[in-house]
Design a protein around this ligand. Structure first.
Ligand code: MN
Length: 200
């Protein structure tokens, strides 16, 4: 049985960029729902006590009867657990990940442009990601629904949820404004940790 991870900050901690009501609903309703459905799908199977990451890495080995439920909800659980940790106001773009981004994308501005483009062009629900590939290179990708970079062998170090539930209450249809403001709540300390772990 997986559990809802503790949120290490209050719902209003990311105001005004991400509003308290969105955080509350996103965490206590949406994440909870992914979690409950993941637990229900995996109950009684050999996978129920495995780390969710391992399950997503082995999605093709799951029984057909639960594969889709685990892809959608297990992905949702994993991604949201990840997402809460990479959000924080007032951290500095710094550390090894900053150097790596500047090397790979030439500049922070160019990285921001490409990442935003991925977030804006993900049609419908999904995510845009900064991942570390199997050969330890940085790459920007987007995925539909809760399809996980993990399943295709890529390690996410930063991600933006572009499902409408992540921004609609405050931003309505203006995804571009949400994406712009997301850059004010990236926890670069955590992204750097994720990067260092991914290139090990
Ligand atoms: Mn979400």
């Amino acid at each position: 049985m997986y559990q809802l991870p503790k949120l290490n900050y209050s719902f209003d901690a990311l105001e005004p960029f991400i509003d308290a009501k969105t955080m509350e609903v996103h965490y206590s309703k949406h994440h909870q729902s992914y979690l409950d459905k993941t637990n229900a799908a995996l109950a009684g199977t050999e996978w129920e006590n495995k780390p969710i990451k391992e399950v997503l890495q082995n999605l093709d080995k799951l029984d057909e009867s639960i594969k889709m439920a685990v892809k959608n909800n297990g992905g949702g659980h994993y991604h949201h657990t990840f997402f809460w940790e990479i959000l924080k106001k007032d951290t500095l773009f710094s550390g090894e990940v900053a150097s790596a981004i500047e090397t790979e994308f030439k500049s922070f501005d160019e990285f921001k442009k490409q990442f935003s483009e991925a977030a804006l062009t993900q049609f419908g629900s999904g995510w845009a990601w900064l991942v570390v590939t199997e050969d330890k290179k940085l790459e920007i990708i987007k995925t539909a629904n809760q399809d996980s970079p993990i399943t295709i062998g890529k390690e996410p170090i930063l991600g933006i949820d572009v499902w409408e539930h992540a921004y609609y209450l405050k931003y309505h249809n203006k995804r571009a404004e949400y994406v712009e403001n997301f850059f004010s709540v990236i926890n670069w300390e955590q992204v750097n940790k994720n990067y260092l772990e991914a290139i090990k």
